[in-house]
Ligand binder design. Structure first.
Ligand code: FES
Length: 117
């Protein structure tokens, strides 16, 4: 960030991969791992809790398919791999509302896709 950059429009801009591939694809996909339900839960709970300046968007493939369901929160750029709605609730409460982190659900720099070609 530079001083010339505007304040982020959203305090939490969350992208949830809902990409769906054909069954049997070697990389799998986040939709098959349940990401649509997790996105729906995050959106509904944020609304219910009246979380200010949050946006939850569906995303196409974020290229971390093997570690999905993949979710990333900006402006921090912190990636998560929630498996259940309880995981999403924890991310919402601890990270988005509380400003903390949920290390057990975070992707790391070691979680990279396989080399291409
Ligand atoms: S299918 Fe979700 S990151 Fe690729």
């Amino acid at each position: 960030m530079t001083d010339a950059d505007p304040t982020p429009f959203y305090a939490a801009h969350i992208f949830v991969c809902t990409n769906r591939r054909q069954e049997g694809h070697p990389r799998g996909c986040c939709a098959a791992a349940g990401s649509e339900k997790l996105r729906d839960y995050m959106k509904a709970r944020a609304k219910e809790l009246k979380v200010a300046r949050i946006r939850v968007n569906s995303a196409g493939c974020l290229d971390r398919c093997e570690f999905g369901p993949a979710m990333v929160i900006y402006p921090e750029g912190v990636w998560y791999r929630p498996k259940t709605v309880e995981d999403v609730e924890e991310i919402l409460q601890v990270h988005v509302i509380g400003g903390g982190r949920v290390p057990r659900l975070m992707l790391t720099e070691k979680d990279v896709p396989p080399p291409k070609g």
